[in-house]
Design a binder for this molecule. Structure first.
Ligand code: ATP
Length: 132
């Protein structure tokens, strides 16, 4: 089975580098499935899970937006933050989710940055989703 090298990098350093048969991710324009030999491409990613297939296993990485760069034998994901399920502190994500939900339900509309709270909620939900 042909493979491509996948590298996930954040400002804190590399999160993952390994060979996989297929990469599935959510770009801002929709879902992308990348197989070896894919045409070169750059696409912005949403706050979402990247799925990496090798044999019968699928690894997941929670990415906080960022960019996907595809070359025929290499996929690079650059994100502000990215975590594998084993690296996720579930309690922290649960607290971040509750904090964001409270802000979004707040009656003090002038004081709340709703866009920021919505993004924080998406990050927390994304982390919780891949740990399940
Ligand atoms: P919080 O409000 O809990 O800080 P956040 O979504 O604002 O969450 P980010 O700004 O996305 O956090 O990330 C800051 C750093 O903390 C990154 O290195 C990220 O990987 C890490 N991080 C954030 N939440 C978690 C978590 N639940 N488990 C493990 N690492 C986390």
């Amino acid at each position: 089975m042909k493979t491509l090298t996948v590298s996930v990098v954040t400002p804190d350093g590399p999160v993952l580098e390994d060979d996989f048969e297929m990469v599935s991710c959510k770009a801002e324009n929709g879902e992308l499935g990348i197989l070896p030999g894919h045409i070169p491409l750059v696409a912005p990613l949403t706050i979402s899970a990247v799925r990496l297939k090798k044999g019968s296993t699928v690894e997941k990485v929670a990415v906080n937006g960022g960019f996907l760069e595809v070359r025929p034998e290499k996929v690079t994901i650059l994100a502000q933050s990215a975590e594998k399920p084993s690296e996720i502190d579930v309690e922290r994500a649960q607290k971040a989710k509750e904090r964001a939900e409270q802000l979004l339900q707040s009656q003090k509309q002038d004081e709340v940055d709703f866009q920021r709270a919505e993004l924080a909620l998406k990050r927390a939900m994304n982390r919780l989703n891949i740990t399940n």
